[in-house]
Design a protein around this ligand. Sequence first.
Ligand SMILES: O=P(O)(O)O[C@H]1O[C@H](CO)[C@@H](O)[C@H]1O
Ligand SMILES: O=c1cc[nH]c(=O)[nH]1
Length: 242
Amino acid sequence: MSLQPHILLTPSQVSERVILCGDPARVNRIAVLLSDVKPLASNREFTSISGEFHGQQITVCSTGIGAPSAVIALEELVKCGAKYLIRVGSAGAYQSHIGLGDMIIAEAAVRDDGGSSSYAPLSFPAVANRALVNGLCDYMKHQHENHHCGVVRSHDSFYIDNELEVCRKWHQLGILGADMETAALFTVGRLRRVAVASVLNNVVMYGEDVADGINDYVGAERAMMHGELLAARAALSALTAV
Ligand SMILES: O=P(O)(O)O[C@H]1O[C@H](CO)[C@@H](O)[C@H]1O
Ligand SMILES: O=c1cc[nH]c(=O)[nH]1
């Protein structure tokens, strides 16, 4: 099969187990957890490497911001043979008990994004793969790290005028936090018959607690960097357990 037009990868370069992350810079931060790391490609928002973890080949690929580019990456990776994919992302919390650097493990996602709607009506649920979710939760329990399993919301906009109102609505409905890609990845992954999960590092406290976060800026920064690596470790553990 030919070179994929956006990720610039061929099937021989992609393993069955894949970590997806939004930020291209995160790819190299995740690389420290792998051995035998090889840079693969870098085009637009899609930066990729391969490496090994506990004897398994792993591909790490960034997806940029938002559902459209995340789904392009997913589709092209699946064409190259990816079968198990975990998003290692960041989120903003919708609940005040979720601290900075805490893990949010998405069991399902509210489809407030446009990307997933191009594929399926809103009545189609965005649900994670159960085996991968169990793997992520098992890892967190084993490490005694703060983690929260439940439903997240994926959206398309950061700067809408009624942001506070929207956050309050989803807070009241018990949604754990927000990102921009999880719902589309779950929806399209399900349609393409591949296993997808998402583990999100909380980088924004829920509204009422923002002042506390700013007062402890250094502590907050440390917690979030710890959270990013913790999410990646959990993803590697879950990917190599399936
Ligand atoms: O940290 P990443 O993976 O980029 O994810 C989150 O950060 C970006 C917004 O700043 C969005 O892509 C959102 O989903
Ligand atoms: O508040 C946030 C932080 C990261 N990603 C989001 O979508 N929202």
